[in-house]
Design a protein around this ligand. Structure first.
Ligand code: BES
Ligand code: MN
Ligand code: ZN
Length: 496
């Protein structure tokens, strides 16, 4: 799928020919799209809209087939109230329009949506990403694929060279999101620590990145008792993945992305029970999928001056005679001892050693992404990820990147007084606090493994990695959440 921008000064038909045209209409009067629709349909438009009960509500669309005419399909999409229209509504409308157009068999597609008042580069990127990601379908695990036709070219009308510049990172970013979606959707008998390491190797090979995979022995030598404790109940060997992007010239900024990579979380001896979504716990590697997706995107974009390290302490949380017991005490690689009062709070144990390792790289910032707590899902639902950071600057930069990428984040408090919930009588701390504020104590636990003063942020993406139904740009299933935020943040940081 190829994207381009095309400025329009005069009748659209004079600059663009294709089979399918999408025109956005505001409620109730229509705006500029109304004139274009009238130009193509003529005086009968009002009657058609009335008969088809088209009120231009957001998400509403009708297709007018015009055999023998050009364009042969005209798709009208509702944009709702013009006062509420912005980058997000533009994304939603573009994704919905793309799905309708693809279903109508569009080959050469154009979108006419109102972009006045929006920054052209941002508008073009938002539209193109929405079209591509909205049309993503994953049929790897079907014995027979359903036929799917995608438009070969998509023209964004009403956007000139400034818009075109906004398309520069679209393909790389979307490839990163798609990789993350594929990894998250893959079942736990396919996506294993080994297969994540192979994905990292494939990225390294394709784009010339450095890859180090630490085996169990290597991790033991580094004293990673917290991570290895989680891994010890599984028959699959743990893989500690360290992928590095280095810019062509000197790097002025070094960042580390850490992703939780539990390819399956049974809960361990604190076994997940019915209703706890145990059958969905393949997506417990959503953080690792996001950071690997971001690595793939950055490797293709190749920003100057920026060095990016991606760390995944990957393993499974399983039950066996060798698994950790509730009550065990583990020692992490910074020497801290942890009483395991709940084996299902395993993500933070793997992240503890990953964060200590990340700090050893002496970066300017660390961001971790993790499907860490059910409590975060209760707090923020499935559309918003939680953000914790002691650094206001880093938190604000990530919030801005989330906005630019079209992913919602909400800053949550790192309330120091709640750390008493993690006090242990026999070790330095327990891995689990009380149920109230469970996503906050989880973040506070992680903070214990980050060097003081080093800018660090934690994103809890437990609610946002997966969506049971299609929503906006996301198909039903894996969303690839986090990639767009990370890419926007990294690219902005490289430019700054
Ligand atoms: N992977 C889960 C968190 C999770 C739960 C993600 C539901 C997505 C949906 C994590 O390892 C976990 O089990 N957390 C426990 C922590 C508790 C034992 C303190 C939880 O949230 O229940
Ligand atoms: Mn768990
Ligand atoms: Zn987990």
């Amino acid at each position: 799928m190829e994207f381009r921008c095309l400025a329009v000064n005069g009748p659209v038909k004079e600059v663009w020919t294709g089979d399918t045209l999408v025109v956005g209409l505001f409620a109730p009067a229509g705006g500029s799209g109304r004139h274009l629709a009238e130009e193509l349909v003529g005086d009968g438009l009002e009657g058609v809209l009335h008969r088809r009960r088209f009120e231009a509500k957001p998400g509403q669309s009708i297709t007018l087939e015009r055999p023998g005419d050009a364009p042969a399909s005209l798709i009208l999409v509702g944009l709702g109230d013009p006062g509420e229209f912005g980058l997000d509504a533009l994304r939603q409308a573009s994704a919905a329009a793309a799905r309708t157009a693809a279903a109508a068999g569009a080959e050469e597609l154009a979108l006419w949506l109102p972009v006045e008042g929006l920054e052209p580069a941002a508008a073009a990127a938002a539209m193109a990403e929405a079209v591509r990601l909205g049309l993503y379908a994953d049929q790897r695990f079907k014995s027979e694929a359903e036929p799917q036709s995608l438009p070969s070219r998509v023209t964004l009308l009403g956007l000139g060279p400034e818009g075109e510049a906004g398309l520069a990172h679209v393909a790389a970013t979307c490839s990163g999101v798609e990789l993350a979606r594929r990894l998250v959707a893959a079942p736990p008998n396919k996506a294993t620590p080994q297969s994540l390491a192979e994905e990292a190797a494939a990225i390294a090979d394709a784009f010339g990145l450095e890859l180090k995979v630490l085996e169990r022995d290597d991790c033991e030598a580094l004293g990673m008792g917290a991570y290895l404790g989680v891994a010890q109940g599984s028959d699959l060997p743990p893989k500690f993945i360290h992928l590095t992007y280095r810019p062509a010239g000197a790097a002025t900024r070094r960042v580390v992305l850490v992703g939780k990579g539990l390819t399956f979380d049974s809960g361990g001896y604190n076994l997940k029970t019915a209703g706890s979504q145990i059958e969905m716990m393949k997506y417990d590697m959503g953080g690792s999928a996001a950071v690997l997706g971001a690595a793939r995107a950055i490797a293709e974009i190749r920003p100057a001056g920026l060095e990016v390290h991606v760390i995944v302490a990957s393993c499974e949380n399983m039950i066996s005679g060798g698994a950790i017991h509730p009550g065990d005490v583990l020692t992490a690689s910074n020497g801290k001892t942890i009483e395991i009062n709940n084996t299902d709070a395993e993500g933070r144990l793997t992240l503890a050693d990953a964060l200590v390792y990340a700090c050893g790289l002496e970066p300017d910032a660390i961001v971790d992404l993790a499907t860490l707590t059910g409590a975060c899902v209760i707090a923020l639902g499935e559309e918003i990820a939680g953000l914790w950071s002691p650094s206001d600057g880093l938190a604000e930069a990530l919030l801005a990147a989330g906005k630019a990428g079209g992913e919602d984040l909400w800053r949550m408090p790192l309330r120091g007084s709640y750390k008493t919930g993690l006090k242990s009588h026999i070790a330095d701390l327990k891995n689990t606090g009380p149920r109230p504020g469970g996503s906050i104590t989880a973040a506070l636990f992680l903070q214990d493994f980050v060097s003081k003063g080093l800018p660090w942020a934690h994103l809890d993406i437990a609610g946002t990695v997966w969506s049971d139904k299609a929503r906006g740009l996301d198909p039903a299933g894996a969303t690839g959440f986090g990639v767009r935020t990370l890419v926007a943040w990294l690219v902005a940081g490289a430019a700054a």
